[in-house]
Write a protein that binds this ligand. Sequence first.
Ligand code: AMP
Ligand code: ZN
Ligand code: ZN
Length: 338
Amino acid sequence: MPKCKFYRECQSQAVTQMQHTNMPLCKTHFLRYMESRVMKTIETYKLINFQDPDEKVLVAVSGGKDSQTLLTILHQVLKNKVPMEALYIEIGISPDSYSHDSEKVAKQLCDDLGVPFHVLNVHDRVGYDMDKIHQLGKILTRGKSRSKNKRFRGECSYCGLFKRYYINFFAIHNGFTKVATGHNLTDEATQLLSNFFSVDTELMSRAGPSTSRGVEGLVDRIKPLFYIYETELILYSYYGNVPHLPTECAYAGDSPMIRVKRSLEKVESFRRGTMMNMVRDFQKQLRPILSKTIPEEKQAVNKCKKCGMTTYLEVCSFCRTENRLREDLQKYHIIEES
Ligand code: AMP
Ligand code: ZN
Ligand code: ZN
């Protein structure tokens, strides 16, 4: 490894070379460089309004390396310039003690950094959890491909829907103006490529470091790690001693998205910077053009008849899915009728 090239005076041995620029960096300067890139994304895309006295950021923490590193970097770069708290959604995944251990490690980091930590327990809200949904999946799919099954869309789909809904729910009810998630460049490049495969121009035009919807009742979501590779986050968590749970969720399986990601990583291995160039140039060049082809929000904004949250429908998609799951869970005696 060559010498660190962060600035001329640094004579330390480099520990890594940047994926997209090849710049060699020592441990200290690698950590600082990562933090400065996250701050640059925040400033360039105005992810946080430092002038707004009401600005309050909720970091969605899962205990995994991405959101744990996000919290660590935000704590470092924001330096009390804006109030920041963390939320963990306890979704009830018991194999390998997954949810229990995830919560523990998320809380540990928040305690270390002095960031207020909140937990929202899904079972307390709806009376069932991911373990029960997994049991239902086994009955409804009988081992067949989940993507082809209309009654069961797969654990990850329900888990994602529940988490998105309750993160927004918590943020709205507690006066947060932004929700920060740990989505990284590798996630974004994978998503972009998948959406391109199905030529979903609407989804492609919505991809970006922030989803500023400007709709009351829907909190803005921000992705400060939008331009950071997953491999760089692994290195940051290693050199920065960021506590996190390295295990994968037992219900995740080998999804098509994971296979697209692996293919993209293969391309990245012989064309350094592919993901960065693709995502950055898409944001600069293609997204503005695509956005013009998408009609403005067609439907009026409503309050969900069941839960009162903001939706474009009469009953929100969370309530409709939750209702159907409950009916099936009762039908197969996985939970009792209420
Ligand atoms: P995933 O879709 O699991 O890769 O998660 C994407 C992002 O959602 C993470 O980086 C977190 O910011 C957030 N997230 C995932 N799981 C949870 C959870 N259980 N509680 C709170 N936030 C979560
Ligand atoms: Zn250095
Ligand atoms: Zn609803």
